[in-house]
Design a protein around this ligand. Structure first.
Ligand code: FAD
Length: 423
């Protein structure tokens, strides 16, 4: 709780972030994310783990996810998962192109057509930082996020440890002397800015997940002082165990700072994409709701845009162009792996929020580092790769992921009060 001062590799201070987040951003985001547009997450929780035999099928009661019935989700929200320009763009191919493709289509066998389609999909997906669920795959279901809050589930032990270990040791550029997933040091000689950024982003996400479980913790009925009724409340002991310098060999405060770092990166992505997002329709099927949602989004974006000392993404991948390209490719590959590892999480509720938050972070990285020109006119023609676009599900996960970080920063205030409480 003595956490203060500048965030490493940024010029923004913990105090500034806490103040603006807690008083301005968090309350607005909270009401925005409770609206229908941001409530229903389409996700595949049944995808097999691509790295090791599945150890899920978790029996923990609090890992259970309540799925929505198809008819519960407003029709307008089910349709718009592609970008609003997708249809337009599909119709925009030149006559020449269409003739060529038509001729190709009729001359190809079914197998070759499939290969051709797969190749197109593959080509586009190479631009992404994240492995996203195929919208049309069996196993996709809608989940109402308000009915399935991220909180303590009791998921612990070998399964989550394997996930975190494989993220940090194999995919996270963790500084060598600190394998065992310690904090990254500002001037660690072995790590360049890009790798430090990657490590901090993941560590910040890990911190956020663990703050949520401390904040919304289940005290069983027989816990001392809790009588017979189970209660969801902040658990100060759990928080201290995870973040007190004494119980974490000094790593706790740095892990908390990494949360602020991750917050700044996603905030910057929203600020950068604001001109694009301000042009979006946010179609919900209800004209009044559309207008009010658009207003709410503009309102929060105006605060985000005026946020002081934003993260400066132009400092990354700025060296020798060949090296920068390779480094970016490495960054992308590692992040895609992290997103795939989410399918190995052995607790459905944790998997749900893990997938949502890594996809949101992947969208933020796409906005910051894809090299596309983000602007209000950037969505004209899908045939030009450089035209920036976001799908509905990218917008959805970006806002929701940032909402999680915002809530974590806000929760720290509560822990601060509890820690100073003489009780
Ligand atoms: P863990 O959090 O498992 O950490 C393992 C090791 O990583 C620690 O010993 C430490 O050395 C290091 N470490 C810890 N924090 C950081 C950090 N911020 N940066 C760098 N290194 C760090 N549990 C729930 O109750 N609810 C959830 O919603 C939930 N979601 C999860 C989502 C995912 C994707 C995963 C992998 C796990 C989730 N868990 C959730 C489990 C939770 O994160 C912990 O793994 C679990 O509570 C066991 O905690 P632990 O004290 O053993 O340390």
């Amino acid at each position: 709780c003595k956490l203060k001062g500048e965030i490493d590799d940024c010029t923004c201070k913990v105090e500034t972030i806490s103040e603006i987040n807690n008083n301005k951003i968090y309350p607005r985001l909270k009401s925005l994310l409770a609206r229908n547009y941001f409530r229903y997450f389409k996700v595949n929780l049944k995808k097999p783990c691509p790295f090791w035999p599945d150890d899920s099928r978790c029996a923990l009661k609090d890992c259970h996810v309540d799925k929505c019935k198809e008819e519960e989700v407003p029709i307008a929200l089910k349709k718009g998962h592609e970008n609003k320009y997708s249809k337009e763009a599909q119709n925009e191919g030149s006559c020449e192109e269409e003739r060529e493709l038509g001729a190709l289509n009729t001359s190809l066998s079914d197998e070759s057509k499939q290969a051709f389609e797969d190749w197109n999909k593959y080509d586009e997906s190479q631009e992404l930082f994240c492995d996203v669920d195929d919208e049309s795959s069996a196993g996709m279901e809608y989940v109402d996020l308000l009915l399935n809050p991220e909180r303590y589930t009791g998921y612990k032990g070998d399964s989550p440890h394997r996930i975190w270990r494989s993220i940090y040791e194999e995919n996270c550029f963790t500084p060598q002397p600190e394998i065992g997933y310690g904090p990254s040091k500002k001037n660690s000689p072995s790590l360049c800015l890009e790798k430090r950024t990657f490590h901090r982003l993941i560590s910040g996400l890990h911190t956020s997940i663990n703050i949520h479980l401390c904040y919304d913790y289940l005290f069983q009925g027989n816990s001392i002082g809790y009588g017979n009724v189970a209660k969801w409340e902040p658990n100060i002991q759990e928080f201290k165990k995870r973040f007190d310098p004494k119980t974490t060999s000094g790593a706790g405060p740095q892990r908390l700072k990494n949360l602020f770092f991750t917050y700044l990166v996603e905030l910057r992505a929203l600020a950068k994409a604001a001109p694009y997002l301000e042009q979006e329709d946010f179609f919900t099927g209800d004209t009044e709701e559309d207008l009010s949602l658009k207003e709410g989004i503009k309102d929060v974006l105006s605060i985000i845009k005026s946020f002081p000392d934003q993260f400066d993404e132009s400092k990354l991948f700025a060296g020798n162009p060949v090296e920068a390209k390779l480094l970016k490719e490495e960054f992308r590959t590692h992040f895609r792996n992290v997103s795939r590892i989410m399918d190995c999480v052995g607790c459905d509720k944790c998997k749900l929020w893990g997938k949502l938050q890594t996809q949101g972070m992947g969208t933020a990285l796409k906005i910051l580092f894809s090299g596309d020109d983000v602007g209000p006119d950037s969505t004209v023609n899908a045939h030009h790769k450089k035209h920036f676009q976001l799908t509905r599900s990218e917008i959805f996960t970006l806002f929701n992921a940032f909402g999680r970080l915002s809530k974590s920063v806000h929760s720290l205030e509560k822990f601060k009060t509890l820690l100073n409480d003489p009780m």
